[in-house]
Design a protein around this ligand. Structure first.
Ligand code: ZN
Length: 280
């Protein structure tokens, strides 16, 4: 979306609502309950009614915005600020929007991204790097998850720049193998370090072990996933205290940012928020 169009969304609730509605219906309305398209009656105040099952709904019934009660221009503005990574307290200070409202919506955005990432999980194939990294310990503050110990993250990186990550309880083969099965295609070429748990990939494809000497890999490399680790740690550092119970949501948010780094994140987020997953 062009910038001037984006800013008009922040100024007018009517324009913003029309934008979200158009993104949702794409010109075709259908009943979210029975899927009927041919007759949808328009009632007052944005209410709709299905001509077949007679149930009432709105354009946002069944989407992740169904229970959001802030004006649409505020919603658009907060989605834009979320994409930029602006902290909630700063938005509150500059606009007067209640900090709880900002935090609630940011949590909703993160959960939507998290759920969508798992629902749309595409198996990665071809040349794949597997690696784990420890997260945490940047801040000893009460809110920081680092204060309560470190978290292990398992990462699967396809050598075209797409990544899938999972927080894991440990790095045993029993933990990693089901995730490798779920998120990669058989017949892939797996690049890993010489950690023994990765022996399990021999049954799924070619296994290339990277042996590091004095921290520097010889011959082959796993630079791709390492690039993601530093990208993720930079974002988490920027966020300062990430609540431990939402760490998995933050992690998927960063995965989403990384995988869509050449896309317009605002439009991508709006599409995720408006998905219904078919008839409800
Ligand atoms: Zn219906």
């Amino acid at each position: 979306m062009r910038e001037n169009r984006l800013f008009s969304l922040f100024e007018s609730g009517t324009i913003a609502r029309a934008y979200f509605r158009a993104m949702k219906t794409k010109g075709k309305r259908r009943c979210p309950y029975c899927g009927f398209r041919r007759k949808v009656y328009r009632l007052a105040a944005g209410k709709l009614k299905c001509g077949r099952c007679r149930r009432g709904f709105t354009d946002f019934t069944g989407t992740r915005l169904a229970r959001v009660h802030v004006p649409f221009n505020t919603l658009a503005y907060l989605a834009h600020q979320f994409v930029l990574g602006t902290p909630a307290f700063r938005i509150h200070r500059e606009t007067g929007i209640n900090v709880k409202t900002v935090e609630r919506l940011f949590r909703l955005f993160r959960k939507a991204i998290y759920d969508d990432s798992l629902a749309e999980l595409n198996k990665l194939g071809g040349k794949i790097e597997l690696d784990e990294s420890m997260f945490g310990g940047y801040h000893a503050g009460k809110r920081g998850w680092g204060a309560e110990g470190k978290t292990i993250v398992f990462g699967i990186y396809k050598r075209n720049g797409r990544v899938t990550v999972f927080p894991v309880a440990d790095r045993q083969a029993d933990t990693l193998e089901p995730l490798i099965k779920k998120a990669t295609r058989k017949g892939s070429v797996y690049y890993t370090d010489d950690y023994e748990a990765y022996a399990c990939v021999n049954a799924r494809g070619k296994h290339v072990t990277i042996i590091k000497e004095k921290g520097k890999p010889i011959v082959e490399h796993i630079n791709g996933i390492e690039g993601f680790w530093s990208y993720a740690k930079t974002w988490l550092y920027h966020y300062r205290g990430v609540p431990r119970k939402y760490f998995h949501h933050y992690l998927k948010e960063i995965e989403w940012r990384f995988n869509n780094r050449n896309e317009k994140l605002f439009n991508n987020l709006v599409e995720i928020l408006l998905k219904t997953g078919g008839v409800i």
